[in-house]
Design a protein around this ligand. Structure first.
Ligand SMILES: O=C(O)C(=O)C[C@H](O)[C@H](O)COP(=O)(O)O
Length: 217
């Protein structure tokens, strides 16, 4: 599918407006964490494949948190796609998209948000058939100003900026017409995840989801 047209996952992503980018070291915390995010209004959750626990966390969330739409991030090679799908990932995200990964991504049966940072990369991915791209690392590559500049020449291409998105720039990103959603880790600070500070996670998530909904209506 690569990305497909309007799938349920892409609709859920746009409806939430924000994808928490979670790096988790203990799979035992995954279900409680995902439940907290769902309850606080951000049900589309990316688990980065940066830890040993990531695939098991995806597996448990997919099986035990029916309200969550769990995906895998930090997809770097085709084998990561296989492993993530097997664990139950419903969408896939990459930080960048070398040709071999792009080819495998086009075959994936779930939405794939391929990472890019420049107009040339975006144009290459759009030609391959991807309509929504991850813009990474967003802050380092120009932030909202870059996405604003992309809008006219790269009409028809949508971007999910990730990397440096924070409460103080969230509104600027979400107001851009070529941004269906942003990704970010600020509401799932690894320290809070590790210490089990779900109250803090819930509070930050609720603030973010409330703001996103207000901006979108
Ligand atoms: O792991 C990946 O696949 C990435 O591309 C990196 C993440 O998207 C960023 O680390 C999130 O950015 P922050 O919100 O600034 O923490």
């Amino acid at each position: 599918m690569g990305q497909g047209s309007e799938t349920d996952v892409m609709s859920a992503l746009a409806a939430a407006g924000i994808v928490p980018v979670v790096t988790i070291t203990d799979a035992d915390a995954a279900v409680a964490l995902a439940g907290t995010l769902v309850d606080a209004g951000l049900p589309v959750i990316e688990i980065t494949l940066r830890t040993e626990a990531a695939l098991e966390a995806i597996r448990r969330i997919a099986a035990e948190v029916p309200g969550a739409v769990v995906g895998a991030g930090t997809i770097r090679r085709p084998a990561d796609i296989e492993a993530s799908l097997e664990a139950g990932a419903r969408f896939l995200v990459s930080p960048g998209t070398p040709p071999e990964l792009a080819r495998a991504a086009l075959e994936a049966p779930v939405p794939f948000l391929p990472g890019c940072a420049t107009p040339s990369e975006a144009m290459t991915l759009a030609e391959l058939g991807f309509g929504t791209l991850k813009f990474f690392p967003a802050a380092a590559y120009g932030g909202p100003a870059a996405l604003k500049a992309f809008a006219a020449p790269l009409a028809g291409i949508s971007f999910v900026p990730t990397g440096g998105v924070a409460p103080d720039n969230l509104e600027t990103y979400l107001k851009l017409p070529n941004v269906p959603a942003v990704g970010g880790s600020w509401m799932v600070n690894p320290e809070w995840v590790e210490s089990g500070d779900f109250a803090r996670i819930a509070a930050e998530t609720l603030t973010a989801s409330t703001l996103a909904r207000r901006i979108r209506t």
